[in-house]
Write a protein that binds this ligand. Sequence first.
Ligand code: CTP
Length: 195
Amino acid sequence: YTMVVSAGGTQEPMDPVRVVTNRSSGKMGFAVAEAGRDRGAKVVLVTAPTAIPDPIGVDVRRISNAHEMQDAVLLACKSADVLIMAAAVADYHPSSVTAQKRKSSSQRWLVEMVKNPDILREAPPHLVKVGFAAETENLQEAATAKLLAKHLDLIVANDVTDPTGGFGSDNNKVLIVDRDGTTEELPLMSKYAVA
Ligand code: CTP
């Protein structure tokens, strides 16, 4: 099988030096890529900027913003069977990017944000699709709603307010929901074990 995996938090530029991003470390997506490789899959990993080096035996494609991630994911999906979106794709990007660095002379900087494409929702239907859901409340309901809205086969939900797992941690505590509504609550374990 060929798997496309996404990882990391996309960076949406404001000017040549500033970006809007999120707290994703990329660790969960990299763990999914390694687990897929270890089970014999051909893996393409599309990742936003992260501190993690390229895993051996994985085709790594480094991008920065959500539009670049969409282009790279859709290209890789043409010859893939499975898409696992572990990336924290920015939902919005600043509406205008200045060519020059903005000076710090004014007291306010109002930034207008525009919606990004939903990569998972727009992915081709032939793929087995797995989503991740980072939630702060009503974990199961929110994850199930995303599974249905994005036509997924599986969704992996985690409570990002839980200090033992989630952003930056080597461990994660997740709830996995499939299309039949079957739910599996896993205990805290390494991100590789979750993968
Ligand atoms: N995702 C995506 N493209 C986006 C946003 C999210 O492909 N523009 C994917 C993520 O990689 C993840 C899943 O969709 O696998 C759920 O992401 P999330 O941001 O939690 O979902 P949203 O639909 O953006 O919902 P919310 O309103 O909670 O932000």
